[in-house]
Design a binder for this molecule. Structure first.
Ligand SMILES: Cc1ncc(COP(=O)(O)O)c(C=O)c1O
Length: 961
């Protein structure tokens, strides 16, 4: 490589941990002489890719940033008044810098290990409190993917509450005509497969009877109108059905909240609370409901509990609802949501406080009122007299208005030939009104208008004006100066272990480097300020990235077409299964509804299958973790007539490349089925093999695993799907995409056409900076790192499931079950003890209970891998001490782990082991100690006493007394 080629390739060794010499040492430990030899013994020859990926060569970080800046300038930033669920907002700089751009926040994982996640748990509890307060409903979750999917989740929650699985008594769901078009679209997609009949209509005249299970309205509605739904709510309840209101958090600072109107649930987007538009996302959706739904609410809920010292501690409540348990009984497949963006929105509320939020709302409403009156004065009629931030103007001909708006770099919402909607927001200034009103003015007249600050907001009807207080908790009334907010954010960050502390070896989650150069462009205005429904002429930069990324992902998967719409892996599964379903139906095979799913599959697989109305048939596994081929053959044959397909993870969730994979896919095809591949483990495939080469028809890719999007403490994510040619026509469309505006069925699965479009830049940057060689090398090193750790641990621990050469793929499972018998030590004790050694536990008890699954990724260097192995080996010695009777079965460092600073430095120390062993068990720990902020969290206590909002201040006082 010459000097300049070296420069272009400089990102590869920055992304991949081990250097050349380390690589040699690691191979020696494994017993191999070359990386190529290791790969040959690991990846079955019959599925190997025989060519290099057709992806451009690597770019240095500097070259990439220059390139992506140039591309960004193809996007044109207009002043947006489009609204429709997406509004410009001012991201407070202190939040932008300290949360959005801070790896201490964005590289965190979902808070499964509560003891090292108290910071984000507290922030998410703030989010829930904010949503609960503003909507006046007692239970809120810690975010969903977007407003439209949140509405669909509410619909299915109601549906499942009032119908039995095999007996639908109440099939109908009322959808008011004036809800956002993209929400209608997603509702329709979700409804059809499970037998929900959507009835559209005017809420005023809708006849709701006992055949309805629910209804949805928008407040304020699609046209901006504030409607009084109390009468409808009574009618829905009289019929024994439920009602959800899609709503707007800023509007609710001024309007009577849904809970006070009697609604059963509320949903919406928290985007305008300080989260940039980003051409559609990522943004946090919210979901709140009455108490009776607390066990059926979708997504994650943060709850208050206590720790081993009886101190207050937070945790994810009802964790058994997560992916491991519910499987085909699940009513939702939500795992990854939008935690980082929920944290930003919560911090925005902390920063502004209730008064600040109300001021923003009042200012926005006053400006809207001013515009409305100015436009009316010019002879136009409005659709509604009651509005908050959006008006819809009746026009004879949009053409001249549109031309004038475009001349002034203004985007309005052109609903149809006769209606223009205008939505104002926090960023609108008095000066902006001149340009805006000018669009409705003839060119030769100067624009003049009155803004009467004392006149009051008389377009918000008194009978729907909010009287109740909100956000009264001190957290929303304390941190208003920048110093306070900065320190509050830092104090929370300090409680959390993120990738900027140590490796997070979560099997199946691929916590690799999220490089700064991949992240930086996200904050640039030409990416962040683009409305998802902006006209195509303004979004050419996004189009460039979307087209290129789609092409690269097709090349990587050996497929033909790609949809970047799904917002998470599970949404990808759902979207992929919809394409399979639509394909079968297009051939008249409406009856094909049986989905085979191996027992080892992630819980979202069966949950997604159920969501598209499929029947799940489980396929057994052999002792060695491979799919039981006899069982597979028998079940494929038994269900041949109705076989829809199989969902298979490759390499399997047990961490091995099954040599039989091609036989599996062939058997399914022989019986007329399609093969869905769960791409969670793509980090073991890129450049070495591909879903298309193993015989799959469709797969999703977790861009938040393999392609470097950070996990953000539980989201955002992106789960695009790639398909073979014959499925391409069934990929999700979108009501706002020109090509689909024909009114054809869209199969949309997200509110925005390209999901959380702005984070696609991260994956695009990842591929461009690594290039063809680098992405393949990443896979090879992921395998090297996993096998190195496996080799180091193998003498002391049982490693489950390796191939016939004894190798694992990119992850492996360590069996901890024997220690239950020998030392009364469980997997959880080991997980918590790892915290004392400064590490996040690997994935626990998935896919095998009582085990841990380690996935180091390519980004960790040998020294970090060694520290982690040293920690586990040292823990093994601690277990041995118990086994040999040298340590007490109850009083040992594992059972009491993790040890807090408070416990270790307390005057009293009652344990049979030393404080030093408790807190500094190995030398390296003394150099960079990470202290958990709480001791072991009590799970059952939290579930028995479910509290999902910030407790009133008095409860803290009682706890202290
Ligand atoms: C094997 C597997 N499939 C599916 C998923 C679901 O992905 P997501 O959380 O993005 O919805 C996961 C998530 O961890 C997974 O490990």
């Amino acid at each position: 490589m010459n000097l300049f080629e070296q420069q272009s390739n400089e990102f590869i060794p920055r992304h991949i941990g081990p250097y050349e010499q380390e690589t040699r040492q690691m191979l020696k430990t494994i017993g191999e002489t070359s990386l190529a030899g290791l790969i040959d013994k690991t990846v079955p020859p019959n599925i190997r890719m025989d060519h290099s990926l057709n992806i451009p060569p690597a770019m240095s970080e500097h070259e990439y940033l220059k390139h992506i800046k140039e591309i960004s300038l193809k996007n044109i930033v207009f002043k947006n008044y489009i609204g429709q669920g997406y509004y410009d907002t001012i991201v407070p700089s202190v939040i932008l810098r300290n949360v959005f751009e801070n790896p201490g926040w964005y590289t965190q994982y979902t808070p499964y290990q509560a003891e090292i996640s108290q910071g984000r748990l507290e922030s998410l509890l703030n989010f829930q409190t904010m949503v609960s307060d503003l909507t006046a409903l007692p239970i809120a979750n810690a975010s969903l993917l977007d407003e439209a999917t949140a509405a669909a989740e509410a619909m299915t929650m109601f549906f499942n509450s009032l119908n039995k699985q095999d007996h639908i008594e109440r099939p109908k769901f009322f959808v008011d005509n004036d809800i956002f078009p993209q929400t209608k679209d997603v509702l329709a997609t979700r409804a059809t497969p499970i037998g929900i009949e959507i009835v559209y209509g005017n809420y005023k005249t809708a006849a709701i009877d006992h055949t309805y299970f629910g209804a949805i309205v928008q407040y304020p509605n699609d046209k901006g109108s504030i409607e009084d739904y109390r009468n409808l709510i009574s009618r829905v309840h009289e019929a024994g059905a439920y009602i959800v209101m899609a709503t707007d958090l800023l509007a609710l600072t001024l309007l009577t909240p849904p809970g006070e109107l009697g609604a059963d649930a509320a949903v919406g987007s928290a985007q305008r609370f300080g989260v940039p538009l980003g051409y559609g996302g990522p943004h946090a959706a919210f979901f709140s409901a009455k108490d009776e739904f607390k066990r059926s609410i979708p997504g994650r809920i943060i709850g208050v509990s206590i720790d081993a010292q009886n101190n207050r501690a937070l945790r994810m409540a009802l964790q058994t609802r997560e992916q491991h348990i519910k499987r085909e009984k699940a009513t939702s497949n939500i795992c990854t949501a939008q935690a980082l963006l929920a944290n930003m929105a919560a911090m925005y509320a902390v920063f502004h406080g209730p008064k600040g939020l109300k001021t923003i709302a009042q200012r926005t409403a006053l400006l809207t009122q001013t515009v409305a009156e100015a436009i009316e004065t010019r002879g136009f009629d409005l659709v509604s007299e009651n509005f908050f931030d959006t008006i819809t103007v009746k026009v004879d001909n949009i053409k001249t208005i549109k031309e004038k708006a475009e001349r002034q770099f203004i985007n309005l919402r052109y609903i149809d030939d006769k209606h223009i909607a205008i939505s104002l927001d926090e960023t609108t200034s008095i000066d902006d009104l001149y340009d805006l009103i000018n669009c409705f003015e003839s060119d030769d007249l100067p624009v003049a208008f009155d803004i009467n600050q004392d006149a009051g907001l008389y377009h918000i009807p008194e009978y729907l004006t909010r009287a109740s207080s909100f956000l009264t908790h001190p957290v929303f009334n304390t941190h208003h100066s920048e110093s306070q907010v900065m320190r509050y954010i830092k104090s929370l960050e300090n409680k959390d272990l993120s990738l900027n502390t140590s490796m997070i070896s979560l099997g199946s989650c691929t916590m690799k480097l999220n490089a700064a150069s991949e992240m930086i462009p996200l904050s640039w205005q030409h990416w962040s300020s683009i409305h998802p429904f902006a006209p195509a002429e303004q979004t050419k930069g996004y189009k460039y990235v979307i087209d290129a990324l789609s092409k690269y992902l097709c090349e990587i998967t050996a497929f033909d077409a790609c949809s970047l719409q799904p917002n998470s892996g599970a949404q990808g599964e759902y979207a992929g299964l919809l394409t399979i379903k639509a394909y079968h139906e297009s051939r008249g095979d409406h009856h094909r509804n049986v989905m085979l799913i191996p027992i080892s599959a992630h819980g979202t697989n069966p949950a997604s299958a159920v969501m598209v109305g499929m029947k799940v048939v489980v396929v057994k596994a052999l002792e060695n973790g491979y799919v039981d081929m006899d069982d597979l053959k028998a079940k494929a044959a038994q269900h041949a007539t109705n076989l829809s397909g199989i969902m298979i993870t490759y390499p399997s969730t047990y961490g091995v490349y099954e040599e039989t994979i091609k036989d599996i896919t062939a058997i399914i095809h022989e019986h007329g089925g399609q093969v869905y591949m769960d791409g969670a483990n793509m980090n073991a495939q890129v450049g070495l093999t591909a879903p298309g080469l193993i015989g799959a028809d469709v797969c999703h890719l977790n861009l938040h695993k393999t392609f470097a999007i950070p996990h953000g403490g539980g989201g955002p994510g992106m789960g695009p799907i790639c398909v073979k040619k014959h499925l391409a026509e069934f990929l999700p469309g979108h009501v706002e995409l020109e090509s689909r505006k024909s009114g054809a069925r869209t199969n949309a699965v997200s509110a925005a056409p390209y999901g959380s479009a702005s984070i696609l830049l991260i994956s695009y940057g990842y591929i461009r900076m690594l290039g063809s060689e680098g992405v393949r090398a990443s896979t090879e090193y992921a395998i090297l790192n996993a096998n190195y750790m496996r080799a180091r641990l193998a003498g002391q621990f049982d490693i489950l499931y390796t191939n016939h050469n004894g190798q694992c793929a990119h992850e492996f499972i360590v069996d901890l079950r024997p220690y239950k018998k020998t030392a009364e030590i469980e997997a959880e004790d080991v997980a918590k003890r790892l915290i004392d050694y400064g590490f996040h536990a690997p994935t626990m008890s998935f896919p095998v209970p009582g085990t841990i699954m380690i996935e180091p990724t390519e980004s960790e260097d040998k020294a970090e891998l060694d520290r982690f192995c040293d920690a586990l080996l040292s823990i093994r010695e601690e277990i041995k001490a118990i086994e040999e009777g040298k340590a007490d079965k109850k009083d040992n460092p594992l059972k009491h782990a993790p040890h807090t600073q408070f416990v270790v430095t307390a005057d009293e120390w009652k344990h049979s082991y030393s404080r030093q062993q408790a807190a500094f068990p190995l030398y390296y720990v003394t150099l960079n100690k990470f202290w958990p902020s709480v001791a072991r969290v009590n799970n059952t206590y939290g579930d028995r006493n479910l509290i999902c909002t910030c407790e009133p201040v008095e409860s803290y006082m009682e706890a202290e007394a």
